[in-house]
Design a protein around this ligand. Sequence first.
Ligand SMILES: C[C@@H](NS(C)(=O)=O)c1cncc(N2C(=O)c3ccc(Cl)cc3C2(C)C)c1
Length: 525
Amino acid sequence: LGTRAAPAPRAVLPFEAVPRCPGNKWMRVLQIWRQQGSESLHLEMHRTFQELGPIFRQRADGRGRTAERERLPRLDGVGARARAPYDVGGTHMVHVMLPEDVERLQRVESPQPWRPPLDPWLAYRQHRGHKCGVFLLRPRPGGLESQPGAPGSVNGPEWRLNRLKLNPDVLSLQAVQKYIPMVDGVARDFSQALRARVLQNARGSLTLDIRPSILYYTVEASSLALFGERLGLLGPSPSPASLHFLQALEAMLRSTAQLLYLPRGLSRWTSARVWKEHFESWDYIVQYANEAIQRIYQELALGRPQHYSGIVGELLLRADLSPEAVRANCIELTAGSVDTTAYPLWMTLFELARNPDVQHALRQESRGAQAGIAENPQTAVTELPLLRAALKETLRLYPVGISVDRQVGSDVVLQNYHIPAGTLVKVQLYSLGRNPSVFERPERYHPQRWLDGRGSGTRAPSLAFGFGVRQCLGRRLAETEMLLLLHHVLNNFLVETLTHEDVKMVYRFIMMPSTLPLLTFRAIH
Ligand SMILES: C[C@@H](NS(C)(=O)=O)c1cncc(N2C(=O)c3ccc(Cl)cc3C2(C)C)c1
């Protein structure tokens, strides 16, 4: 008769009972400074979860200070005073790695979710007086009303205003239908150019470090989807400006990794040269994006185009956002669309090369869909389910963003612990994707697991692009660029490699392979 009383819910444990990550904050700062970054951060997190369980806490790094005035690093004699980044409120950080905790975070999420500021990037914008794009937008500094978690706090209305005006032209399925033919054209050109190089060789195969070609592809495809412009990067002579842009982007990301987690007050002395390199690389990135916006602005001013001319054209024609806001977001979209997409493409090609059975199954799918996609590229979104699953599998094992961060706006219970409002919660994607109780045989590259659903497959959602209203704005552009490139490569080449060992991944703000084995492309009809 079920007379047994339901087990009493376990009493929620206090925050102080959350297991604590060992190690002293200043030792970590010293280690980061000495190693010029924290390249194995994902592995340290993974080990700590194995020691302490699926949740542990850590004192936030130096950013937990109150908003005080702070001198910026002196740049070529130009001293600048700027407000320190807004106080992140909580001085506690909690790491989790289970999908159930992501669900709990989503349930309490505010309409303007908040992630902590990226200090070196904010420092540059404050120094130059530039506006921030959606990634960097946070509540206005000062004033209690913008304290996260304070009663009735309005967390970043500017973020929401920007985001709601960007989504229709960047993230919506309607936008994808408009730019997918453009991306398909670039992916075809990439395959044709590679095929020409392969067929020049007597053996009909080409072995190379594919990294530069993939980077040129992501810049070329994003430039067309964003600005309606071809740069000619897939041809024999890439433009010097684009090469300089790629170098500046690399320098910006590298210096970000070196400055991240170091309190600005300290790094401006210990890493003055890195700050200088950081600001100079930003200067070029901003200039490069501004020149692209200037060109499209002039063409639109001279006459309204009769047809879709790319994402930025739509944003300018809608005129929902101020020109400065369009500019700030364009910089994020232009610079954010290169490495984030190139590395997962690389890793997928490598996994296909060392898993020939998976590669064969994907080639069968692409062959079957080839005619339909040639006729109408928009069908690629629905005709390549196994290839889409392969992208999820790549991002499960190699998440470019290693964590999804939220400054919780209200109290939440995670793993039966009380987590107070204002706490920074970091969902560690590397550990989440390799958890054997969530993904069976997690080390295995098995795209089918995403299609088997509730059966032998996985029930976990793919979290590589984050979650909720603040999830990745470039998700669909990235997915489209990767899907179409792989589709055309699979229809034109066998991809092979001699290397079958795992590749060492390093965290340099973006999770990337430290080296990539040579890949052989063998032409097939
Ligand atoms: C790697 C991952 N980190 S995350 C967001 O998960 O912490 C990530 C995911 N999507 C986009 C990015 N971006 C960049 O790479 C980048 C470069 C320059 C600028 Cl101005 C803006 C960006 C953004 C933040 C869009 C980074």
